[in-house]
Design a protein around this ligand. Structure first.
Ligand SMILES: NC(=O)c1ccc[n+]([C@@H]2O[C@H](COP(=O)([O-])OP(=O)(O)OC[C@H]3O[C@@H](n4cnc5c(N)ncnc54)[C@H](OP(=O)(O)O)[C@@H]3O)[C@@H](O)[C@H]2O)c1
Length: 188
């Protein structure tokens, strides 16, 4: 089960009406499959967007309490997401992260990945760059102090990058906010 919002079937991944609007489907794509399937086994992994701007502290604490592992997708803040606008914050360029990285003689990406690991979160950074793929493995030769862990935790701003946004009437809004199963609270 992947995403709470369903789209109509079509030849394209995301079929659109003639006016460009996305063809939503009212099918309950999470609740219904969950109710009809016979869940003999407890889920073992919950994969959610998670990074210092979306620390998911409450969800992480809940998952820990019921022994469900959390996997962070977009763990570095997904800087290359196609709908990013120039005014959106770039996690890896956050000067506070840069200052921490400098103290450990590491990169901001190292610090973020190490923060995930020390919280017990599995992370799946993506890179198409060989040197970065190698770099992202160099996170087991240092540890962040408790103070730095708390400091990074304080960067949380409930910022979801993997919910597409569009510009409407000069305002940045969530593209799918009109979907009947849109699950997020609109911060805009
Ligand atoms: N379950 C879901 O709904 C869901 C949703 C989104 C993503 N995901 C999964 O999560 C994975 C990662 O998410 P993501 O691609 O959205 O975001 P991400 O891993 O947080 O960020 C990817 C971006 O970070 C850059 N990067 C990687 N390592 C770096 C480093 N060491 N220094 C500087 N920049 C670095 C990459 O650049 P380059 O590639 O140019 O090197 C790319 O621009 C995806 O591959 C996907 O499998 C799952």
């Amino acid at each position: 089960m992947h995403w709470p919002m369903a789209f109509q079937r079509g030849k394209e991944l995301m079929p659109r009406w003639e006016d460009g609007g996305i063809c939503y489907s009212a099918t309950d794509s999470l609740g219904r499959p969950w109710r009809v399937c016979i869940a003999r086994h407890k889920p073992v992994i919950n994969q959610v967007e998670c990074h210092p701007y979306l620390s998911q502290a409450d969800l992480l604490s809940h998952c820990r309490s019921v022994a469900v592992c959390v996997t962070a997708y977009s763990p570095l803040g997904s800087g290359d997401r196609p709908w990013a606008s120039p005014d959106e914050p770039s996690l890896l360029e956050d000067p506070r992260l840069g200052a921490i990285a400098k103290r450990y003689q590491k990169t901001p990406a190292h610090v973020v990945l190490r923060w995930h690991i020390q919280r017990g979160v599995v992370c799946i950074p993506k890179s198409v760059t060989a040197s970065r793929i190698q770099q992202n493995l160099q996170v087991f030769d240092f540890s962040l102090s408790e103070d730095d862990m708390k400091l990074i935790e304080s960067f949380d701003r409930n910022e979801r990058f993997i919910v597409p946004t569009v510009e409407r009437d000069g305002k940045r809004v969530w593209r799918d906010a009109e979907h009947p199963h849109f699950p997020f609270h609109d911060p805009y």
